[in-house]
Design a protein around this ligand. Structure first.
Ligand code: FES
Length: 328
């Protein structure tokens, strides 16, 4: 058993067969993470003392990062006592990860290749989450896929998911061809640390591509019920898509100062909105980046490009939060 110490002096025990991320979670400490598979890089941490052992490939680390002592906490175990230069996210400590049965309540096509799924949970469940988090849905066949929750926790306990069709995707085939109301599935969650962080900056900028709008919709629904969280803020939403038909949602919050900027990457006749990449559209609009907090969700390519661009434009690195959709 090894003792892992974080930079805020909190400690937890880690065993040789559990990832550092999971060991922390089991003891009530949530470390930043998203995919839990080594591909998004959200759980990157600098080891300042001790040794670790690889559990699965750290695909998103560069050679330079490995040489500098960085690890992915979802991919490594502790060999002996470790010091990590990261802090836990106290905000998420009270959120428990559960595995629950659920049933499909409704299916509805939102766009030519996006389906909305409402899942119904058992009536007495204890499921809770922060807007922005995601769940894994486990089909009867055992296939598991991750989806962001698109709504705020409701009294009826129904969870809304937005699922994009994937060519030759096994789970995608199920959702678009076989799924029907009352099908029994299982869910595990919530997972992920993508959620709202109250900060002093004036602008909150949401960037999304495709179904990356889902966790942002959930956060906005939370703001609408707690408008004091974002009082006096400008809330920008840049949502990128290829075609007009892909923009299947519009914000409709009368008590929030929302500036909605749908952005098409491909030329479309009659389109007078923003064009190109979402991150470039933000820059073109001359928003004070150094007075902003940015939340980006969607393709890995967009997230990497956006982070680099905004930091070069004066964004504090700690004000960039992201949730990358990595393929299964
Ligand atoms: S790489 Fe560890 S959470 Fe994504």
């Amino acid at each position: 058993m090894a003792v892992v110490t974080l930079s805020n002096h909190k400690q937890f025990l880690a065993t040789a067969d559990t990832s550092i991320l999971d060991a922390a979670k089991a003891q009530g400490l949530v470390l930043e993470h998203s995919c839990r598979t080594g591909r998004c890089g959200a759980c990157k941490a600098l080891v300042t003392k001790g040794e670790t052992q690889i559990l699965k490939a750290e695909e998103s680390l560069t050679e330079n990062e490995v040489d500098a002592g960085f690890i992915l906490t979802c991919c490594r175990t502790a060999v002996n006592d470790l010091d990590l230069d990261i802090e836990d996210l106290g905000l998420l400590a009270s959120i428990k990860t559960l595995t629950l049965p659920c049933k499909i309540d409704q299916l509805h096509l939102l766009a030519p290749d996006v389906i909305q799924i409402l899942l119904r949970l058992p009536p007495t469940n204890q499921f809770n989450y922060l807007p922005g988090q995601y769940i894994d849905v486990i089909a009867r066949s055992g296939i598991r896929r991750s989806y962001s929750i698109a709504n705020l926790l409701q009294a009826d306990g129904k969870l809304e998911l937005h699922v994009r069709a994937v060519n030759n995707g096994q789970m995608s085939h199920y959702w678009f061809n076989e799924a029907k109301t009352n099908d029994l599935l299982r869910l595990e969650g919530p997972h992920g640390t993508f959620c709202f962080h109250p900060k002093a900056e004036k602008n909150i900028i949401f960037l999304a591509t495709g179904t990356g709008i889902a966790p942002i919709k959930s956060m906005l629904e939370a703001f609408a019920t707690k408008a004091e969280w974002v009082e006096g803020k400008n809330i920008y939403i840049y949502w990128g898509a290829r075609h007009l038909a892909d923009l299947y949602w519009r914000p409709d919050f009368t008590n929030l100062n929302v500036i909605f900027r749908p952005t098409l990457s491909q030329a479309q006749e009659g389109w007078e909105g923003r064009k190109g990449y979402v991150q470039d559209a933000v820059i073109a609009d001359a928003i004070a980046i150094n007075d902003s907090v940015i939340y980006a969700c969607g393709s890995d390519t967009m997230i990497h490009a956006a982070k680099k661009l905004f930091i070069a434009q004066g964004l504090k690195p700690e004000n960039f939060y992201s949730d990358a959709f990595v393929s299964s």
